[in-house]
Design a protein around this ligand. Structure first.
Ligand SMILES: [Zn+2]
Length: 470
């Protein structure tokens, strides 16, 4: 079984085959840390984190690079407005970004290189492009001459003629043609600058991605990811820079693009009042719920975000988590009394759900479908738990949730702290049992009430007492 991915470059599903055996090189366009992370970022980065996790699960060794644009117009403008130097803004918001990513369980990125740490590589690429006749200097600026690269437009399927004068392309007297884009920007007052053969200045946006990705992966690599709105001109320009420079194509084998995030049916935008920061969403919702909401859609689909939909996701996720907890408790009791018999049907269901999960994920990382199989499986498990399952089967069921949870970044594996809490709870439940045996209901009720005060619900079931967090 092989993984099929939808490659934007060719607009079709293709078999995933990395350049170098089982090694996968993956680059995703990162943030410009001039403000807090918003839900659009969360959608894209959760998607690529899940893709990296699944590739790892399938035996690939993934090296995932995500750049940080630490010099650009947004940062410079924000710095001028706020009187905070650019490096301080970067430091503050990159830290905030990492906190948000951490909360969302995003941990597959190997390195976050910053653009300004790659100025020598950027200068080398620009020099190379000038030497090969694809770029020219003009008043301290360097531009890529788009009509020298006939393949320009092959990713976004844009026709160059359409970009000609007027529409959308700014007319700049320094440029030979309006569609040419900046590789190097000449110094302007108050802007951070670096020395270059063309005088002081700073890099253009697109060149940082090729300089960084090629520094790690060489002339060609496997996966480039990003939000759909970056396809043109950003990704298109990356292809032009890299392929013009090396003469090798394709620069990137698989281009993967995430669908946009709408809020209440409209594109999220700072000017509309529908702008959500990750932090704001996390004030009302558990990070796992937000992650579940995002992975419960296919990465290429647009996602509509609203409080109602998030509430729905919360209920769905809680149903799954409840089953995971039921299995956890059943395993504890079963260890005490082996009362149930082997259950072939559930053993079969375990095999089936893992097969279907892989089938869905192999199909262009269809997390939505993969999760729907987990729901079907959980319904079966809840029914089976009522009549009891043997530890061996329960163990297999637990592994299903651990394995799929690791890929999707859900269900949180038991931590050391959980084990301590578990032990303390067992002790309290036992003490309460002893109090009840001794007909000391004052103490037994107090234990139950005090636990309720801290949000732990104690229930007496036919299998004995059990507890859960509210
Ligand atoms: Zn980028």
């Amino acid at each position: 079984m092989t993984i099929q991915v939808y490659n934007t470059l060719n607009r079709k599903m293709e078999e995933f085959e990395p350049l170098h055996g089982n090694r996968v090189s993956m680059f995703v366009c990162g943030v410009t840390p001039y403000d807090y992370t918003h839900l659009g970022h969360a959608k894209t980065y959760v998607a690529f984190d899940t893709i990296a996790k699944y590739l790892t699960y399938r035996g690939y060794s993934v090296f995932y690079v995500q750049n940080v644009t630490d010099v650009d117009d947004n940062l410079i403008n924000r710095s001028n407005e706020s009187d905070i130097p650019v490096p301080d803004l970067v430091k503050k918001y990159f830290r905030e970004f990492l906190d948000d990513m951490d909360a969302l369980g995003i941990d597959s990125i190997n390195i976050y290189p910053k653009a300004t740490e790659y100025i020598p590589e950027i200068l080398d690429q620009i020099k190379g492009l000038i030497e090969k006749g694809f770029a020219y200097e003009s008043n301290g600026n360097v531009y890529f001459e788009v009509n020298k690269f006939p393949d320009f437009g092959k990713l976004s399927k844009q026709v160059l003629e359409k970009l000609r004068p007027g529409a959308r392309v700014e007319v700049d007297e320094n440029k030979k043609n309006p569609e040419d884009f900046a590789l190097w920007k000449a110094e302007k007052p108050g802007e951070p600058t670096w020395d270059s053969p063309w005088g002081k200045g700073r890099p253009g946006w697109h060149i940082e991605d090729t300089a960084i990705s090629m520094a790690y992966f060489g002339d060609q690599y496997d996966i480039h990811g990003g939000a759909t709105e970056l396809m043109f001109p950003h990704h298109e320009s990356e292809i032009a820079q890299a392929e013009a420079l090396t003469g090798k194509e394709p620069f990137v084998r698989y281009w993967l693009h995430t669908g946009i995030l709408n809020v209440d049916g409209e594109k999220m935008s700072k000017s509309l009042k529908n702008f959500w920061r990750v932090k704001e969403a996390l004030e009302d919702y558990d990070p796992a719920v937000l992650r579940f909401f995002l992975v419960n859609a296919h990465y290429r689909s647009p996602v509509d975000f609203s409080n109602e939909l998030l509430e729905e996701a919360k209920q769905g996720y809680e149903r799954l988590v409840e089953t995971v907890q039921n299995v956890h408790f059943a395993l504890k009791w079963q260890a005490k009394e082996e009362r149930a018999s082997q259950d072939d049907e559930i053993d079969k269901a375990v095999e089936e759900v893992m097969h279907k999960f892989e089938e869905s994920m192999d199909n262009d990382f269809n997390t939505r479908e993969a999760i729907s199989h987990l729901f079907t499986f959980s319904t079966k498990i809840n029914t089976a738990l009522e009549s009891g399952l043997i530890s061996e089967t329960l163990q297999k069921v637990r592994e299903v949730y651990e394995t799929t949870g690791d890929v999707l970044g859900l269900f949180g594996r038991e931590t050391e702290q959980d084990t301590v809490v578990d032990g303390l709870m067992d002790f309290l439940v036992e003490m309460r049992g002893k109090a009840r045996e001794a007909k000391d209901f004052k103490v037994s009720d107090e234990i139950r009430d005090r636990l309720a005060d801290i949000g732990i619900l104690l229930e007496d079931t036919k299998d004995g007492p059990r507890w859960k967090r509210r």
